[in-house]
Design a protein. Structure first.
Length: 82
């Protein structure tokens, strides 16, 4: 069951990265970045459940906080530029 879930999550990450690269506008790229980081964070939570190593939960929380901050910083930078 976990293999199927990991496969679906990997597909979501790949599609998100494609959108980040091909995005027609900067806003699309920011949304894709936010989506990819959210999906990766959920994958880390599933890894914590699968391996029963709860350090992955701590890593997921830190990763989510950093990704949120980076998306806000990038959005503010692009808002001031355009």
């Amino acid at each position: 069951m976990f293999n199927f879930i990991f496969l679906i999550i990997l597909l979501a990450v790949i599609l998100g990265v494609i959108r980040m690269v091909k995005g027609p506008s900067s806003a699309d790229r920011i949304v894709a970045l936010d989506t990819v980081t959210t999906v990766i964070s959920s994958m880390l939570v599933l890894l914590a459940l699968f391996f029963k190593r709860y350090i992955f939960l701590d890593i997921s929380f830190v990763f989510a906080a950093l990704s949120f901050t980076s998306v806000i910083v990038i959005a503010r930078f692009l808002e001031g530029r355009g």
